[in-house]
Design a protein around this ligand. Sequence first.
Ligand SMILES: Nc1ncnc2c1ncn2[C@@H]1O[C@H](COP(=O)(O)OP(=O)(O)OP(=O)(O)O)[C@@H](O)[C@H]1O
Ligand SMILES: [Mg+2]
Length: 204
Amino acid sequence: MNGADDEPDGATPLDPDETVGLKFKHVATRGELDALEQANVASGLIWLKRRRKRDVLSEAFVRELHRRLFGDVWRWAGTFRQTEKTIGVDPTQIGERLRMLLDDACYWAENGTYSPLEAAARFHHRLVQIHCFPNGNGRHGRMMADEYLRAYFDRPPIDWAAGHDLLRSNARRDEYIAALRAADKGEFDPILAFVDSARSLKGS
Ligand SMILES: Nc1ncnc2c1ncn2[C@@H]1O[C@H](COP(=O)(O)OP(=O)(O)OP(=O)(O)O)[C@@H](O)[C@H]1O
Ligand SMILES: [Mg+2]
């Protein structure tokens, strides 16, 4: 597969041992892989819409959602990353850092620490910063933030893409990645503006 050089900025390249987990042996191009993942993500979304249980802030749900989104394509879907990446905590720290984040997010919701949108933006940033999985962290993390908004604040999802394709290089993705990098340094205004512009673009 001629993958890595087609990745947009801010995407995580896969290690060779992770590409071994591909369930389809005939995949030759990044485009084919994208299409397979997209179909899997679509079926994962159907699962998500049908489920009733609301234990969104649990490790079990974090992993189950990832498995539902990517498990038809990747054998390691739903299991934590075991290799170091340019983004993300040391692999041995993932479980503990995730538990702390889920506790914090629960506390924010119960105590009204932040507005719902700010809580979701901070939750999303911390989750993708931990980078639980070898791939799919962005797509999974955006859905996790939307589920958090729904289950804990009864709010509609963020319009992350706002009419663009967030998986490809374009101005919207540049703004998204720049906002996450600012949040890495403790500056949250750009990510707040990003999720807020998504809302105002929809006129809500
Ligand atoms: N500096 C950063 N700090 C925190 N998170 C980041 C940073 N740069 C990128 N990310 C996150 O990592 C994601 C890319 O990781 P990964 O390739 O695992 O996800 P993906 O779902 O396959 O990709 P994408 O969402 O980019 O299509 C980005 O979408 C973004 O959410
Ligand atoms: Mg990726």
